[in-house]
Design a protein around this ligand. Sequence first.
Ligand code: TGC
Ligand code: FAD
Length: 400
Amino acid sequence: MATAAPATPIKNSKQALNPLDLFDVRGMLGEDERMVQDSVARFVDDRVLPIIQECFEQHRFPHDLIPEIASLGLLGSSIKGYDCAGLSSLAYGVICQELERGDSGIRSFVSVQSSLCMYPIYAFGSEEQKQKYLPRMARGELIGCFGLTEPHGGSDPANMKTHAKRQGKDWVINGAKMWITNGTIAGVCVCWAATDEGIRGFLIDKGTKGFDAREIENKFSLRASVTGALFFDNVVVPEENVLPGVVGLKGPLSCLTQARYGITWGVIGAAQACLAQMLDYTSTRILFGKPLAQTQAIQLRLADMSRRITTAQLLSLQLGQLKEQGRMTPSHVSLAKWNNCRMALDIARDARDMLGGAGISAEYVPVRHMLNLESVITYEGTETIHQLTIGRELTGFSAF
Ligand code: TGC
Ligand code: FAD
C-alpha cells in the first residue's frame, strides 16, 4: 500500500525559478520587448483563452479580435513607417510566442499578415503599393493571404504551375493555390506565379474578375483559423500590381524566412501552455496514494519537457540576435523551425498522454495544441524539407 503524500512539495532551489523559463530568456530582452510581451500576454489571457476552445470546436476564426490585435501594433510589427510599430525581431518573437500560447491559429493569422503579406510589399513593393496597402493592413482593415502552395505539391514551389503572361500592359494569371491561410477572408492575395522572366509576385485584390477563394472545411487542425483554396481563371491584373523588387524563387522564400523565424518562437508558447497545465494537473491528480508529480516517471517526462523548451528558447533567442545583426541565414532558420516544431509537437503529444482519458477532452489544452502543431510542423516547409536543407548545408549535395 502506498504511503500518503507530503502535504506540500519540497522546494530545492533557494531562488524560485520560473518553470516555463528556467534560463530567464525574458531577462535577456530589452525593457520595451518585455512590455510588448506583457501586453500580448494580457490580451491572450483576457481575450483569447476564454473563447478559443469554443472557436476550435466550432471551426471558427475569431474575426472580432482583429481590431484589438491591430491596436496592439501586432500587424507588420517589425516594419518601420506606414503606421506600423517598428519593433525589434525579439519583440516579434515574443509576440508570436504569447499568441501561440493561446492558439496556433491566432499566431498564424498574425504571421501571414505580417511576414507573408506585409513583408513582401514592404521589401519588394513600389512606394505606391506600400502607401496603398500597408497602413490599412497595419490597422487590420485589409487582410492578406499568401498564395504559394499548389495542389500538386507544396514542398517544391520552383515547379509551380500557376503562371502569368503579359498581355499588353496587363498580366493574365491562371492556376490554383491550395491550403491558403486567410484565403477566404483576405482582401488582397500575394500570389506567386511563374512568368517568362521567372517567378513574380502579384497583388490580386478580392473581387478581381476570375479570382475565387473557397474555404477548406472538415479540418482536424487549426480549426480556429481560416484555410482556403484559391482559383485564378484568366485573372487580369495591371503592371502596377506586380511587386517590382524581386524576380525568382528567392522572393517567396525570403518571406518564408521571416515567417519561419516567428514560428520558432510561436511553438514555444504552445509547449509552455502544455507544460503549465501538466505541472498543475500532475500535482493534484492522486493515484496510488500520491500525486502523479511525485512519481519518477512523470518527473522524468516533465523534466524532459523543460529541457526541450529551454533549448528551444535559447535557440530562438540566438536566432533573434543573429537576425538583428543581419547574420541570420535560411539554414539557421530551418534548423530552429525543425527543432522547435518537433519539440512542441512531442510535448503536446506527451502531455495529452499524461492526462489519460481527459487528454482527449477539449477542456484541456494539449490535444488542441497537438492537433494544431500537426499543421505547424508541416506548413512553412515540412520537417523533412528543413532536415534536407541542413543536410545540403553540411554536405553541399542537394538531396531534394
Ligand atoms: P534553391 O535553389 O534553394 O533557392 C532558390 C533561390 O532562393 C534563395 N533561397 C532563399 N532565400 C531566402 N530565404 C530562404 N529560405 C531561401 N532558400 C533559398 C536561394 O538563395 C536562391 O536564390 P538565387 O538568387 O540563387 O536564385 O531552391 P530549391 O528549388 O532547391 O528549393 C529549396 C527548398 C526545397 C528548400 C524550397 O523550395 C522550400 O523551402 N520548400 C518548402 C516550401 C514551403 O515552405 N512552402 C510554404 C508555403 S507558405 C506556408 O506554408 C504558410 S503557412 C502560414 C501560417 O498559417 O502561419
Ligand atoms: P508535399 O509537398 O506533397 O509533401 C508530402 C510529403 O512528402 C511530406 O511528408 C514531405 O515532407 C515529403 N517530401 C517532399 N519532398 C521530399 C523529398 N525530396 N524527399 C523526401 N520527402 C519529401 N501554403 C501557402 O502557400 N500559404 C499558406 O498560407 C499556407 N497555409 C497553410 C495552412 C495549413 C493549415 C496547412 C496545413 C498548410 C498551409 N500551406 C500554406 C501549405 C503548406 O506550406 C504545405 O502543406 C507544405 O509546404 C507541404 O506541401 P504539401 O502539403 O503539398 O506536401
